[in-house]
Design a protein around this ligand. Structure first.
Ligand SMILES: Cc1cc2nc3c(=O)[nH]c(=O)nc-3n(C[C@H](O)[C@H](O)[C@H](O)COP(=O)(O)OP(=O)(O)OC[C@H]3O[C@@H](n4cnc5c(N)ncnc54)[C@H](O)[C@@H]3O)c2cc1C
Length: 407
């Protein structure tokens, strides 16, 4: 028995070593009735509506807010917000299950949805006061407007402390100057504005940051045209400009000095949702590649009979299972109120790397037809790269994990 083994050479007890790898508490990933109900609702809507309408928006480079509004009516835009504030109070596990379904139909719609539910709504839910939740969170959770999160700047991406946008204190409010870039969901006809991070005054050398709600018609707040990416073409991503934008004190969310920590807390759950998006993309390209491999005949037989093709498919399926366990585990830890920073980074790292490599292999299995933008697999291939970049690059995920290991 393992517990009785004493290694003479090294002098340690294996059972102690074994216990040190056990996780506590145990986590159950089986879906309860409401999580399963949400999964089925999401699958129905994804298959009937999103799969039919979103590819056109992708081609046209337009955010399909008609679909997002309908998803709002179904409660999907308030998945992680309690009913008290207009949401449906779903668990993180249920949220991951829903994103898995929606992302298989279209990645841009799923990307807009997850950005809204996590980073677009979380700063207000976690750190806003009740007045702010009533004023801004409720419409977000009820799906009447779309939420945006303004952290990244031209000079500060991974290095979040390097942001230069400033908020100066003036009578009864704050004056904001600066620029943000790559901000999703801020410029659609459904957008209400953005929760933006800015430097606040500090008496010492340490930088301080606060978060502020800036509504879209505020004087001095402007934005550039929708940016054109390799993928996620249906996602609205823009540069934002703040020239002497004045917001009253009620727009400050949480502590004027702790805004960076607030934003990073919102990003933690955002990483679980990028992992979920990655799972959905991998499942989609696996299904497409498998169907094509069975159908396509070369050298007198279906290409699925060639071992080289079989091994690609088997590898994707195996890695997908592993990535799925990591992602649901991170989600279940969050639901259990346990720390999940390291696990969210591990899930995002593993699942996004897999999505990018699986999409490439799936195109390979399709051959030339997979290279053509009219094919679904080509669109997923284009959509896959950003998963390794958004909400903290994979290098940053490595750093978070290494730090958690004590490096
Ligand atoms: C489609 C899209 C949507 C986005 N939506 C939003 C949004 O809604 N809100 C928002 O605030 N931001 C958003 N972003 C920004 C995104 O979070 C950043 O692009 C990302 O954090 C990386 O920052 P960067 O692009 O400035 O890259 P950089 O930080 O310049 O990184 C460039 C490279 O250097 C590497 N690197 C940097 N520092 C280190 C280090 N210390 N060690 C090792 N390697 C390092 C990076 O990993 C990367 O490979 C979006 C981006 C995209 C592409």
């Amino acid at each position: 028995m393992l517990g009785d083994v004493e290694t003479k050479a090294h002098g340690f007890n294996l059972s102690t070593l074994y216990r040190s790898f056990q996780y506590d508490p145990p986590v159950d990933f089986s879906l309860n009735d409401s999580e399963r109900g949400l999964l089925e609702l999401s699958r129905d809507f994804a298959q009937k509506e999103i799969a039919a309408r979103a590819p056109v928006a992708w081609e046209e480079g337009r955010c399909p807010t008609d679909l997002l509004r309908e998803m709002g009516e179904l409660g999907l835009l308030g998945m992680l917000i309690p009913e008290q504030w207009g949401g449906i109070g779903m668990s993180t596990v249920g949220f991951v299950a829903a994103i898995e379904q929606i992302g298989q139909a279209d990645q841009s719609v799923a990307a807009a949805l997850q950005a809204h539910v996590t980073i677009g709504s979380m700063p207000l839910y976690l750190f806003g006061n009740d007045e702010q939740r009533e004023r801004w969170l409720r419409p977000l959770a009820e799906g009447r407007v779309l939420g945006a999160f303004g952290l990244t700047e031209p000079g500060a991406g991974s290095d979040t402390r390097g942001i230069r946008t400033r908020a100066e204190r003036h009578d009864g409010g704050w004056r904001i100057n600066g620029q943000k870039t790559f901000i999703s969901n801020a410029g659609t006809d459904m957008s209400f504005g953005v929760t933006v991070l800015a430097r606040t005054p500090s008496d010492d050398d340490k930088p301080r940051f606060g978060s502020f709600v800036v509504e879209k018609d505020t004087p001095g707040f402007t934005m550039g045209p929708k940016m054109r990416g390799i993928g996620w073409r249906g996602l609205d991503t823009r540069e934002l400009f703040f020239a002497d934008v004045w917001v009253p004190d009620e727009h400050l969310v949480g502590d004027p000095n702790l805004g960076l920590g607030q934003f990073l807390a919102a990003l933690e759950v955002g990483r679980i949702s990028i992992a979920a998006l990655s799972l959905s993309l991998t499942q989609a390209v696996l299904d497409l590649a498998l169907a094509h491999a069975k159908e396509r005949v070369q050298f007198g037989q279906s290409i699925s009979k060639f071992q080289a093709v079989q091994f690609k498919l088997a590898d994707i399926a195996t890695e997908l299972e592993a990535a799925r366990w990591l992602t649901y585990r991170a989600a279940a830890l969050r639901d259990a109120g346990e720390p999940f920073l390291k696990e969210a980074s591990m899930a995002k790292l593993k699942a996004s790397r897999l999505a990018a490599s699986a999409a490439s292999e799936a195109v390979q299995i399709h051959g030339g037809i997979g290279y053509m933008l009219d094919s679904a697999v080509a669109r997923f291939y284009c959509d896959s790269k950003v998963l390794e970049i958004g909400e903290g690059t994979n290098e940053i995920q490595h750093m978070v994990i290494a730090r958690a290991l004590g490096c």
